[in-house]
Write a protein that binds this ligand. Structure first.
Ligand code: NAD
Length: 320
C-alpha cells in the first residue's frame, strides 16, 4: 500500500497503538482539521495499515491531512506522540503482571521517542496511565512538562456530563474536575465545582431539583467511578469519549490554547506530594504543561488526593 505521507512538515501527530483507542482518536483528529500529518504505528503492522486504509477512504469528507502507517523514525519531527499501545489482560493474568508488561511496552516506546530526538510532547494513554506516565518520564529522560498522562480528562468529562444532566443545565455551563488517580481512588473536587460560575454549594439550594443533594453528589461521583466498568461490560472497551478527550488535549497543545485540564503530571512538591504522577488541574499548551494550578482543596479532598498518591506509589514500587 502506498503511504500517503510527507515528513518534516507542519503539525505532525504520531499515534502508537492502532487498537480501539488509537484508531478512534485518529478518526476524530482527522475530522478536526487540526493536524497536517497523522502517523499510526502498531507492532501489528497489518492492523496499522488496515486502519490507515480505512481512514484515507474518508479523505473526501474531511479537511486535508496526510495519513500514513509509520515506524519509529517518525518520532523525530513529531509535535505530539500519543501512546495508546498496550496489552490487554489475558485470562489468569494478574493486574500486576499486566502492569509489568505495559510498563515495558510504554517504557521502550518512550526511550525510542527520546532516542529519535523528538522535541515535542509525549501523551501517555495506556493504563494504568498514572504509573505509566512515571515510567515514560523516567525512560525518556525528558523534563516533566513534556510527558503528560491523559489522566482524568475523560473522568472529568463524564462528571460534567452527569452533573449537567442531573441539574438540567448544558454541560458547557458546568466546570468540574475529577482529580487523583485515573482509577478507583479518583475523587470529585467539589470545592472547585461550579455551575454557571456559581459554586456548587450555593447552586444546589437555587437549583432545588433534589431533596438530598449531598446523597445525589455521592451517587454521581460513584457513577463516574463505575463508568468504564459499565461500558466495558456492555461493549468490551471504551473508545469514543476517550478519543474526544485526547482530541481536546491535542487541540490545546497544537493550538497553544492554554486549556485547564486534569492531566496526569509528575508532582514535585505541589499539593505536598513528590515523585508521583497523578491528575491535578494544569494549563496545557504547545510545550505540554505550562503550569500546575495548585488549587486550594478542602481537608477531605486533600486526604483523598494523598490516598490516590499512595495507591499509585505502591504500584510504581511494585515494578521490578
Ligand atoms: P487495544 O488492545 O485495542 O489496542 C492496543 C494496541 O497496542 C494493539 O493494537 C497492539 O497491537 C498495540 N501494541 C501493543 N504493544 C505495542 C508496541 N510495543 N508497539 C506498538 N503497538 C503495540 O486496546 P485499546 O482499547 O485501544 O486501549 C489501549 C490502552 O488505552 C489500554 O491500556 C486501555 O486501558 C487504555 N485506555 C485508557 C483510557 C484513559 O482515559 N487513559 C481510556 C480508555 C482506554
Amino acid at each position: 500500500m502506498k503511504n500517503d505521507r510527507v515528513t518534516g512538515q507542519g503539525r505532525k501527530v504520531v499515534v502508537v497503538g492502532a487498537g480501539s483507542v488509537g484508531a478512534t482518536f485518529c478518526y476524530a483528529l482527522a475530522q478536526s482539521g487540526l493536524a497536517d500529518e497523522i502517523i499510526l504505528i502498531d507492532r501489528n503492522e497489518e492492523l496499522a495499515r488496515g486502519q490507515v486504509l480505512d481512514l484515507v477512504h474518508g479523505k473526501p469528507f474531511f479537511p486535508t491531512v496526510k495519513i500514513g502507517a509509520g515506524t519509529e523514525d517518525d518520532y523525530a519531527d513529531a509535535q505530539l506522540v500519543v501512546v495508546t499501545a498496550g496489552s490487554a489482560q489475558r485470562p489468569g493474568e494478574t493486574r500486576l503482571q499486566l502492569l509489568q508488561k505495559n510498563a515495558e511496552i510504554v517504557g521502550s516506546i518512550a526511550e525510542s521517542v527520546s532516542r529519535q530526538g523528538c522535541q515535542g510532547v509525549m501523551l501517555i494513554v495506556t493504563n494504568p496511565v498514572d504509573v505509566l506516565t512515571c515510567v515514560a518520564l523516567k525512560r525518556s529522560g525528558w523534563e516533566r512538562n513534556r510527558v503528560i498522562g491523559s489522566g482524568t480528562v475523560l473522568d472529568s468529562a463524564r462528571f460534567r456530563y452527569l452533573l449537567g444532566n442531573h441539574c438540567g443545565v448544558d454541560v458547557h455551563n458546568v466546570h468540574a474536575y475529577i482529580l487523583g488517580e485515573h482509577g478507583d481512588s479518583e475523587f470529585a473536587a467539589w470545592s472547585m465545582t461550579n455551575v454557571a460560575g456559581i459554586k456548587i454549594n450555593d447552586y444546589c439550594p437555587i437549583c432545588n431539583k433534589c431533596s438530598d443533594w449531598k446523597a445525589e453528589r455521592g451517587k454521581i461521583e460513584q457513577q463516574v467511578r463505575e463508568a468504564a466498568y459499565q461500558i466495558i461490560n456492555a461493549k468490551g472497551s471504551t473508545h469514543f469519549a476517550v478519543g474526544m478527550s485526547l482530541l481536546k488535549i491535542t487541540t490545546s497543545i497544537l493550538r497553544k490554547q492554554n486549556s485547564v485540564l486534569s492531566v496526569s503530571v509528575l508532582l514535585n512538591g505541589e499539593f505536598g506530594l513528590k515523585d508521583v504522577c497523578l491528575s491535578v488541574p494544569c494549563v496545557v499548551s504547545d510545550g505540554g504543561i505550562k503550569k500546575i494550578i495548585s488549587s486550594p482543596l478542602d481537608t477531605e479532598e486533600t486526604v483523598l488526593l494523598n490516598r490516590s498518591a499512595a495507591v499509585i506509589k505502591k504500584a510504581i514500587d511494585s515494578l521490578s
